[in-house]
Design a protein around this ligand. Structure first.
Ligand code: SF4
Ligand code: SF4
Length: 356
C-alpha cells in the first residue's frame, strides 16, 4: 500500500480507502451493490483490508448506509481506534440538524469521527450549508468539542467543491470521478485552490458497474493519477479487498485509455453521450445537463431501473424547455461540442419508451 497526505490535516491516508456500502445489511436504496454481510463477516473484510495497509474507512450515518456505521465502529474498536481514520457523513444542511447528526453518528460508532462531511451538497442547499449557523458552522463547533477532527463537504458538483476549497472551515472535500466521468477531476487538477484540502474521490467503479467493462486496477490507477488523497472503493468481499488494497506499484499512466478510447469500449454495446461531466455547460433554466447524461450512462451500464426512475422525475420538463429554447447558451460552454438539446430529447425518448 502507498500513502498520501490528506491536504493540510497532518494525516496520512492509504491511497485507496474502504467504502462501506457493500458491507451494510438491509435494503437501502443506494447505488452500489451490497451483500448483506453480517457483523462478523463485515468486520472480517474490513480487517483483511487493514492488514493490506488500508487505514481509511468511509461510511455514512444510519440509515443512509444501513448499519455500516455501526459495523465500522465495532471494527475500529477491535483494530485499535488510533490505527484507522474514520470518514463519516450525513445529509443535513441546517446547523442544528447537523450537530445532532454528528452526535448520533458518534453514538453509532462508539467513538469520534476523524473526518465528517456534509453529504450530497448541491446548488439548492449550498447557501444553507455555508451560511452562518449552517452545517459547516456546526462541524466547526464539533471540531472544537473534539467530537470530530476535520470538517468536510461532499458533493458531485464542481462549483460546490470549489466553494469548499476556498472556505477556511473546510479541511477535506469528497467528490466523484472515474474513467468515464473524469471532467471534474481534470478541472480540479488544474485549479490550485484545491491543493490545500484533502480530497477523497468516490464512484471510482461507477456504483460497481465499470469493472464489467474495464479491469479494476485500471479504474483505480485512472483516478490515482490525479492529485487526490485517496480513492474510495466499495468493498464487500476478500477478493474485492485484494483488488483495492494489495497495491505496491506507483500508479502510472500506462494503459490508461484516453476518454475517447474508453468511450469506444462502450460503443460496442450502446451509443454513449460523449460527456465527461466537466460541468461547464450552464443551463439558465435549471436543467442539470451532466446529471441527465450520467443517468443515461448508468442506464446502459446496468442500473436501468434506478436511472429510469431518476430521469422520470424531470426529463419531460427538461426536454420541453429545450424545445422552447432559442438561444441555447449551454452549447457555448461544452468543450466536447455535444448537441445538448438533441441529446436531452434522445434521453426523453428512452424514458418514454420504457415508462410510457
Ligand atoms: S438548450 Fe436546453 S439545456 Fe441548453 S440552455 Fe436551453 S433549456 Fe437549457
Ligand atoms: S455536456 Fe459538455 S460541458 Fe456539459 S458536462 Fe458534458 S462534456 Fe461538460
Amino acid at each position: 500500500m502507498r500513502y498520501r497526505k490528506l491536504g493540510d490535516t497532518g494525516l496520512t491516508v492509504s491511497e485507496t480507502g474502504f467504502g462501506t456500502i457493500p458491507v451494510l445489511k438491509g435494503s437501502v436504496p443506494v447505488l452500489p451493490d451490497y451483500y448483506n454481510l453480517n457483523e462478523e463477516e463485515a468486520i472480517a473484510v474490513m480487517e483483511h483490508a487493514f492488514l493490506l495497509g488500508c487505514n481509511l474507512y468511509d461510511t455514512a450515518i444510519v440509515p443512509e448506509y444501513g448499519d455500516a456505521e455501526v459495523k465500522l465502529g465495532k471494527f475500529a474498536a477491535r483494530a485499535g481506534r488510533e490505527r484507522i481514520i474514520i470518514s463519516d457523513k450525513a445529509r443535513f444542511f441546517d446547523g442544528n440538524e447537523m450537530y445532532q447528526a454528528v452526535l448520533t453518528s458518534c453514538e453509532n460508532l462508539g467513538t469520534w469521527a476523524d473526518l465528517y462531511f456534509v453529504h450530497q451538497v448541491d446548488a439548492e442547499h449550498e447557501d444553507e450549508v455555508f451560511k452562518t449557523g449552517g452545517a459547516l458552522d456546526a462541524l466547526t463547533e464539533l471540531k472544537k468539542e473534539g467530537r470530530i477532527r476535520f470538517a468536510g463537504v461532499a458533493s458531485h458538483y464542481y462549483d460546490t467543491l470549489l466553494r469548499g476549497a476556498m472556505d477556511l472551515r473546510v479541511d477535506v472535500l469528497q467528490g466523484s470521478g472515474n474513467l468515464l466521468e473524469r471532467g471534474m477531476l481534470e478541472r480540479m487538477k488544474k485549479e490550485p485552490r484545491f491543493r490545500k484540502k484533502g480530497i477523497l474521490v468516490n464512484k471510482v467503479y461507477a456504483a460497481g458497474m465499470l469493472p464489467a467493462f474495464f479491469p479494476a486496477d485500471l479504474l483505480i490507477r485512472a483516478v490515482l493519477f490525479y492529485p487526490i488523497s485517496s480513492a474510495l472503493i466499495g468493498v464487500g468481499s476478500f477478493a474485492q479487498a485484494d483488488m483495492a488494497f494489495d497495491r505496491k506499484e506507483q500508479p502510472d499512466e500506462t494503459g490508461i485509455p484516453a476518454f475517447e478510447e474508453a468511450l469506444s469500449v462502450l460503443e460496442k454495446k450502446f451509443s454513449p453521450i460523449p460527456c465527461d461531466r466537466c460541468q461547464r455547460c450552464g443551463c439558465p433554466y435549471g436543467t442539470e445537463i451532466h446529471t441527465i447524461f450520467r443517468q443515461y450512462l448508468y442506464y446502459f451500464l446496468g442500473k436501468d431501473h434506478w436511472a429510469l426512475r431518476k430521469l422520470d422525475m424531470g426529463i419531460d420538463q427538461s426536454a420541453g424547455r429545450c424545445r422552447a429554447c432559442t438561444r441555447m447558451p449551454c452549447l457555448a460552454g461544452c468543450p466536447r461540442k455535444i448537441r445538448i438539446p438533441d441529446e436531452i430529447q434522445k434521453v426523453q425518448r428512452l424514458v418514454r419508451t420504457h415508462l410510457g
